[in-house]
Design a protein around this ligand. Structure first.
Ligand SMILES: Cc1cc2nc3c(=O)[nH]c(=O)nc-3n(C[C@H](O)[C@H](O)[C@H](O)COP(=O)(O)O)c2cc1C
Length: 149
């Protein structure tokens, strides 16, 4: 089974999880790098506003084509109880190219369910989902066994 991990991460928490999923599944891995700057204080505010509006943004070219994979793991942080809009932008650009998908998200504390629902609307019904807090990822306090099966 050929799998790909695609993620967006602003402060490297989702990145850490993405790299762990890729290592445990032997997946290729690709990062969404927005052309919009979401770093720093101004970036934080911009991210909140853009996520609220589900803004579609431009991002750098990606290395891999999701169509070439049986399963694509899609990951992002929760922003204002939604999936961070850079991931929505990637999904939109690749509409119809996903075979099976699984969603993984990180958040300070909450907003997982609303974000998964939103991702399902943009993409398709996932085989599985996992939502972890920033703290759980930082400390490595999670178990991916069932998620990656
Ligand atoms: C603009 C913005 C909005 C956020 N909104 C939420 C939220 O609604 N609920 C929550 O629990 N955490 C929220 N967070 C915190 C992030 O989801 C959390 O820190 C996440 O693990 C960061 O992942 P990253 O390092 O991959 O960017 C928000 C962060 C940002 C920057």
């Amino acid at each position: 089974m050929k799998s790909l991990v695609v993620y967006y991460s602003r402060t490297n928490i989702t990145k850490k999880l993405a790299e762990d999923i890729a290592a445990k599944t032997g997946s290729d891995i690709d990062e969404i790098i927005p052309k919009v700057n979401y770093q720093g204080k101004i970036g934080y505010a911009r991210g909140g506003k853009d996520a609220m509006q589900e803004k579609i943004i431009e991002f750098e070219d990606m290395k891999f084509n999701p169509q070439d994979y049986d399963v694509v793991y899609l990951g992002a942080p929760v922003w204002v109880s939604k999936a961070a809009n850079p991931l929505l932008s990637y999904i939109k650009q690749n509409e119809g190219k996903f075979n099976e998908v699984k969603f993984f998200m990180t958040a300070g504390s909450s907003g997982f369910e609303s974000s998964f629902k939103q991702l399902e609307k943009y993409c398709k019904k996932p085989l599985k989902t996992i939502g972890l807090t920033t703290k759980e990822v930082k400390k490595g306090e999670y178990d991916l066994t069932s998620f990656i099966q």
